[in-house]
Design a protein around this ligand. Structure first.
Ligand code: PLP
Length: 387
């Protein structure tokens, strides 16, 4: 492992060796009995990880953007009204997808680094007869955390469907799909779910499936149409085979291993471990004198941290941090792109990885000539990691 760097970006992340072993195993036929069992189990486990006992899981080869596309393509018809609770770059992407399928899109926004209040979301929901409200649970461009629980419950009262882009949250950030009245929760394999890139993952609740069944027009996307995928998902879960497009056999096998690990850790324990890693990284960043993009602790995500470069430091810092052993990500939000960077801390990332990353960050800061007390970040992080 000497010379290997820690991949501490908000996806793809570090993956568990058992997951990589499943990726590297001999590929079976997609209709082999062993694979049917693995796929069936993975679908059952998704329902548990999503906390959506009534949900219909979909696993399709593609990235997170395909999962967003699939949710919208199947629920939206031209002329439908949609509300986007906009917290950054990925909310803009969701709005673009909604518009592409003919929705009339309104936004409820906050300043960069902040999120709208529940009162603002409630007022926005009352402005029109919205068919769908879209929330980005963790906007990966700003590290802002949405208040999914309270906003989805409101939208439920208005009979508006809630789509949650959980690409940077599912299996890391607490998300109780059914209890919180979330109609669609979607993600991609390479983030907190802990599987190499290549799977779009989505669970649709009963209200979403009912809305889909009542469509008047055909789904305007051939590949993403639930009419084609639903029989496949139902078949594999019943341990039968069915075909529409060849499943990504090795990725599905890896998904089943990772979901098994997530359930073995326990969701509550996993959410708490993510909160703890997050507190440690954020405490370290503050101790080193760096600010953050989220404007208050309460609105900051637990799956990544978005520190601001200190005065006189720019993105050349990241090269120094990489040389010291940790790969971090640059900024993404167009308005502040050059002002901050991002540290992902999700999935199998250990407390040791967190300390190694903070150590590499300190070495990088030293490398760019920033003035700070060496070890201050490490000590602050350690205080949150020690029980
Ligand atoms: C990464 C990400 C996406 C896009 O996923 P891809 O797999 O890159 O297509 C969408 N939304 C959020 C919140 C993300 O973090």
């Amino acid at each position: 492992m000497k010379g290997r760097k820690l991949l501490m970006i908000p996806g793809p992340i570090e993956f568990d060796p058992a997951v990589m072993e499943a990726m590297g195993a001999a590929t079976t036929s997609h209709v082999a009995p062993e694979f049917v069992e693995v796929f069936g189990q993975a679908l059952e486990r998704m329902r548990q990880v999503w906390l959506a006992p009534d949900g219909q899981p979909f696993v399709v080869a593609g990235s997170g953007t395909l999962a967003m596309d699939m949710a919208v393509a199947n629920l939206i018809e031209p002329g439908d009204r949609a509300l986007v609770v906009n917290t950054g770059y990925f909310s803009d992407r969701m709005a673009a997808i909604l518009a592409r399928y003919g929705a009339e899109v309104d936004h409820v926004r906050a300043a960069v680094g902040d999120r709208p209040s529940t009162e603002e979301v409630e007022a926005a929901l009352g402005q029109a007869n919205y068919k769908v409200m879209a929330i980005t649970h963790v906007d990966t461009s700003t590290a802002v955390l949405a208040d999914v629980e309270n906003w989805a419950k409101l939208s439920c009262q208005w009979e508006t469907l809630t789509i949650v882009d959980g690409v940077c949250s599912v299996a890391g950030e607490e998300l109780q799909q059914q209890a919180w009245c979330v109609d669609v929760a979607l993600t991609a394999s390479q983030k907190a779910v802990g599987v190499p890139p290549g799977l779009a993952l989505l669970v649709a609740g009963p209200r979403a499936m009912e809305t889909f069944r009542r469509r008047r027009r055909p789904v305007a996307n051939y590949y993403a149409d639930w009419n084609s995928w639903l029989p496949v998902m139902e078949a594999y879960e019943a341990r039968r085979t069915s075909y529409f497009g060849t499943p990504a056999v090795n990725l599905v096998a890896a998904l089943n291993v990772s979901l098994g690990q997530i359930l073995a850790e326990g969701l509550e324990a996993r959410f708490e471990r993510h909160r703890r890693m997050s507190r440690a990284v954020k405490a370290a960043v503050s101790a080193l004198g760096l600010g953050q993009v989220p404007v208050r602790d309460e609105v900051a995500a637990h799956t990544l941290t978005a520190p601001r470069y200190p005065d006189g430091v720019d993105s050349s810092l990241l090269g120094h941090v990489k040389a010291a052993g940790a790969i971090l990500a640059g900024g993404l939000h167009p308005e502040i792109k050059g002002e901050y960077f991002r540290i992902g801390h999700m999935g199998v990332t250990s407390f040791g990885d967190v300390l190694a990353t903070i150590g590499a960050l300190e070495q990088g800061l030293m490398g760019v000539g920033y003035d700070f007390e060496p070890g201050a970040g490490l000590a602050a992080a350690q205080a949150f990691l020690l029980d």
